[in-house]
Write a protein that binds this ligand. Sequence first.
Ligand SMILES: *Cc1c(COP(=O)(O)O)cnc(C)c1O
Length: 220
Amino acid sequence: MIAEEIKRIHTELPAGVKLCAVSKFHPAEAIREAYDAGQRIFGESRVQELLAKVDELPSDISWHFIGHLQTNKVKSLIGKTSLIESVDSERLLDLIDRESEKAGVVTRVLMQLHVAREETKFGFYPEELIEYFARRKFESLKATHICGVMGMASNTDDMERVREDFRLISETGKRIREAAPDLRGFDIVSMGMSGDWRIAVEEGSTLVRIGTAIFGERQY
Ligand SMILES: *Cc1c(COP(=O)(O)O)cnc(C)c1O
């Protein structure tokens, strides 16, 4: 079942779009099943859970952190991820940078955008993020590579609204590249989940994050 879903999604994804299998709240055995089907990128949203899975599972897995990252957990996460997708404040970014420098590693991150209507979602507003790059604040980073943007669409059945949200995320990525044309390797647009990833791909996603459609419902 898990293997079949993974294969089905991979056949449907256009070349150049990667799949992050969101394994949060699912046990290591489920991840192993996906791994055996060839999946290597997994997404987790809680630091303790990610660290436990890193220890238990094969070392060639690329772990993406996709949840809200509390500042007191940053240090323990550094060096364990191939991408932190959910940087939602400058304060968090600076802390990641400081801890990465101390640890002697370069951390790859995405900047999380807030475009959805829900009040509870974290992230930068598009204009705020463009401003960050236009003012070239990223130049002060010593051990962090910003690789692109991440975002979620509104949680609604209105698929036109969802499409507009994705378009805004994708457009913000483009405007950042225009604001700082010398920015290197800023090319990831992470968007699209189980219910909306096809629309996200149509609107320019290069990385989809799919959980439920692969692993089934989560038991919280
Ligand atoms: C849980 C989660 C997903 C996966 O959602 P599904 O609907 O299960 O595919 C994707 N992105 C983020 C940020 C998440 O927290």
